[in-house]
Design a protein around this ligand. Structure first.
Ligand SMILES: Cc1ncc(C[n+]2csc(CCOP(=O)(O)OP(=O)(O)O)c2C)c(N)n1
Ligand SMILES: [Mg+2]
Length: 548
């Protein structure tokens, strides 16, 4: 005989799970005991939201669902933002929550909310487990659904009495590899003909192109076809950014220097674009023709309605497309020539010595201390636009940002997950003083886990992005500033090491020193956001027609 929680943990082991992130409640105690007797590590966090961000990032970086766990009601509700983050961001994740017993109701409705219902719009599938013997099948199905394209979160609720229910041992369901179908030859032929007719084609690499297995085929597609490419924010790094075909990143929807190329393109091959991202460009009645290459068909939006589609396994499909295009694509040299101008404008003012430090300089200095495979994880704030636009990536998934839910608070937990998965690589969280404080309690988790991690805090004592938008919209400057703790002392109180940058020229050496020293290192630097309006509003206003 066995019990429900043992079957659950065995089923998780059957899926290769090695860690669970979370905060247990009394309804999870059978599961905790089953975990104690298993090979799976329980990683306690100080807030369920952080556990969910970590599990989602596990899914994002490995393709295998990360698992998080909480109690019923309040704990489960704290997972909700993380579920939405994984749902919009297409990150495979399993959320396990406890519940009071379902056969009896000895505590009436105490702490009970409809968690399965709450998770419905935030997940791909949400189920209550009603009997122990059903667990192996349900867990296998949960992992299948979470992992299958388009990936995302799945929620399972395990009531206390089902967790403790005695049961005959139920057999595990073995996972098997799944190949995704490829597009029919007719679709590939049609797309190839459209590309060969174009004289100013561009490839756009979207969020879906950052899936762990696509690096090789996408890099090879670009190399073989020689079509210049740009990427969306979440597609950053999926093909080497150092390649001489990189035209830039669409951090804004229009009017940025990269749109000088986008607006002149007569055809865009949009690979893995997911319309959860803020639009990288707007389609309109005129505009270029667009071919959507995706694991799933394009969703039709006011701003995105492709003219042709290649649906199915993206890696294989782009190789089949390259077979049809290699050596045949003819591109107007004036079009490829735009690249130099675009990249020069992006490099503008990166050397600025002013203090407080400008965003351009911060991006440049962070890039200096990060090796090619180093991972920068952004929280959400004004600096995200600067990093998306100016930070050059050379390796896939080395700039993790959230341009989907765009939630504050995920920067530190996502960096912690990256540091756990890649202990030999430099990992840095970059957070605003607002976003950092939304999950700063996880510094304790990071110290407890012995992670090597640098957390860079950009201090403007404000919800800077909203304050900037307020100014752009010509509202008076009101209601968006706050005070900060002394971040150096704050770090030290957690057993981390804190540094304050007081001169612009020290930023690189402080960051580099922090990595060399190891452990959890917090570096705080004041940021000068005057550049937001100077560049992103005044300089870009009406600029596109000016590019030669
Ligand atoms: C959880 C959450 N709350 C609110 C917002 C809206 N929002 C977006 S950016 C921002 C300000 C971020 O401030 P900070 O982290 O200090 O970064 P800064 O823009 O100042 O660099 C806010 C409030 C959000 N995206 N997520
Ligand atoms: Mg701020």
């Amino acid at each position: 005989m066995t019990k429900g929680s043992d079957l659950l943990v065995a089923a998780l082991e059957n899926e290769g799970v090695d860690r669970i992130f979370g905060v247990p409640g009394e309804e999870n105690l059978d599961v905790v005991e089953s975990l104690r007797q298993s090979k799976i590590k329980l990683i306690l966090t100080r807030h369920e939201q952080a556990a969910a961000f970590m599990a989602a990032t596990h899914g994002r970086l490995t393709g295998r669902p990360g698992v998080c766990m909480s109690t019923l009601g309040p704990g489960a509700l704290n997972l909700a933002t993380g579920a939405a983050y994984a749902h919009l961001g297409a990150m495979p994740m399993i959320l396990l929550t406890g519940q009071k017993a379902i056969m009896t109701a000895k505590q009436a409705r105490f702490q009970i909310v409809d968690v399965v219902g709450i998770m419905r719009p935030l997940t791909k599938m949400t189920r209550q487990i009603v009997s122990a013997p059903s667990i192996p099948t349900l867990v296998r199905e949960a992992f299948r659904v979470a992992q299958e394209e388009r990936p995302g979160p799945v929620h399972l609720e395990l009531p206390e009495d089902v967790a403790g229910e005695e049961s005959a041992a139920a057999p595990m369901v073995p996972p098997h590899p799944i190949e995704i179908p490829i597009a029919p030859a007719a679709a590939l032929d049609r797309a190839a003909a459209m590309i060969l007719e174009a004289s100013r084609p561009l490839v756009m690499l979207g969020a879906g192109s950052s899936r762990p297995k696509l690096v090789e085929p996408l890099s090879s597609f670009v190399r073989r076809t020689r079509i210049p490419f740009f990427n969306t924010q979440m597609g950053k790094g999926s093909v080497t950014g150092g390649s001489n075909l990189y035209m830039g990143t669409a951090a804004l929807s229009e009017g940025d220097y990269v749109h000088g190329a986008v607006d002149r393109a007569d055809l865009i091959v949009s690979v893995g674009h997911d319309t959860i991202e803020k639009p990288p460009f707007f389609m309109g009645p005129k505009g270029p023709r667009v071919i959507h290459v995706g694991f799933t068909p394009a969703s039709v939006e006011q701003v995105y309605f492709p003219h042709a589609e290649i649906v199915g396994d993206v890696g294989t499909n782009v190789m089949l497309l390259a077979d049809r295009l290699e050596g045949k694509v003819k591109i107007d040299p004036a079009f490829t020539g735009l690249r130099g101008q675009i990249l020069a404008r992006i490099r503008d003012r990166a050397d600025e010595a002013r203090f407080p430090v400008t965003p351009q300089r911060i991006v440049r200095d962070v890039r200096k201390v990060m090796p090619e495979n180093g991972i920068v994880c952004l929280d959400n704030g004004m600096y995200k636009i600067w990093f998306a636009r100016n930070y050059r990536t050379h390796v896939a998934n080395t700039l993790l940002l959230d341009n989907a839910l765009a939630t504050m608070g995920a920067g530190l937990p996502s960096a912690m997950m990256a540091a756990i998965l890649f202990p030999d690589r430099r990992v840095m969280a970059v957070c605003g003083d607002g976003g950092f404080m939304m999950n700063s309690q996880e510094l304790e988790t990071a110290v407890r886990l012995g992670l090597n991690l640098v957390v860079l805090i950009l201090e403007d004592s404000a919800y800077g992005m909203i304050r900037w938008k307020q100014a752009v919209d010509k509202f008076p400057d009101w209601g968006l500033t706050f005070g900060n703790p002394d971040f150096v002392k704050y770090a030290e109180s957690y057993g981390a090491i804190g540094h304050r940058v007081e001169r612009t020229e020290d930023l690189v050496s402080v960051l580099d020193g922090a990595f060399k020293e190891g452990g959890v290192q917090l570096v705080t630097v004041p940021i000068d956001y005057v550049e937001n309006t100077r560049v992103l509003v005044e300089e870009l206003r009406g600029r596109v027609p000016e590019i030669a």
